[in-house]
Ligand binder design. Structure first.
Ligand code: AMP
Length: 224
């Protein structure tokens, strides 16, 4: 394992992006930068950004590119990210955001963009079962609940269903993913930055596949 990496993880809602990003963050010793988590923290703290974001997020729609990219640019400018890199989760979500991200990072490019592929029927099942800690964001499910009475094993916070994991919002989010985010996969493939990895099976197996793809890319780079 070589610490430090600049990674983006793509995948439909429920593909396991959050879980895999936390694992990659530990594996490569890099900050996990999740735009969804940053926005949910802003909503909780009732900041001006949070007040603006809440309604849009609850409907399962996307926030404006300018607002998101300003937030991301600020985070990527911080010293931990500059020193060690990052695993970016939830951004980019549109080709415009990908272009802006490349401009923010220039002259250095991303190491790799990982697309976690899971069939839609499977993500629908996962999303309906997903539960999260309303304080720290830790992930649970109806089949793997926290140990005590829907309170978080890590921080004791209340474990709930996300507002945007309800049926109507899920359908909207998946439709938006197909329309706006799926074209990103081609955009990154054209730039030779994409690795597609199957997201089915146990989380450990998926992590192994992703790490293998990253190491293969690093090997290829170091031989150039
Ligand atoms: P997530 O946890 O990544 O599914 O994000 C939750 C919600 O936050 C999304 O449904 C959007 O409303 C908003 N959001 C997060 N990241 C972005 C982004 N890159 N662009 C636009 N909206 C975003």
């Amino acid at each position: 394992m070589v610490p430090g990496a600049r990674l983006v993880v793509l995948g439909k809602q429920g593909a396991g992006k959050g879980t895999q990003c936390v694992r990659l963050s530990h594996h490569y010793v890099i900050p996990h930068v999740s735009t969804g988590d940053m926005l949910r923290a802003a909503v909780k703290q009732r900041t001006p950004l949070g007040r603006k974001a809440k309604e849009v997020m609850d409907r399962g729609e996307l926030l404006g590119d300018d607002l998101i990219m300003a937030m991301v640019a600020e985070r990527l400018g911080e010293s931990d990210v500059r020193a060690r890199g990052f695993v970016l989760d939830g951004c980019p979500r549109t080709v415009e955001q990908a272009e802006e991200l490349a401009a923010i990072l220039a002259p250095v490019d991303l190491d790799l963009v990982i697309d976690i592929e899971v069939p839609t029927a499977q993500v629908l099942r996962r999303l309906a079962a997903r539960r999260v800690c309303s304080d720290c964001g830790a992930n649970y499910s109806t089949s793997q609940p926290p140990q005590v009475n829907w309170t978080c094993d890590i921080c004791g916070g209340e474990v709930v269903q996300r507002e945007d994991d309800r049926e109507e919002a899920i359908a909207r989010r998946l439709e938006l993913y197909e329309r706006q985010t799926a074209p990103l996969i081609d955009w990154y493939r054209d730039r030779d930055l994409l690795a597609s990895v199957s997201g089915t099976g146990a989380p450990d197996a998926v992590t192994r596949r992703i790490v293998k793809a990253i190491e293969a890319r690093r090997g290829r780079r170091s031989r150039v």
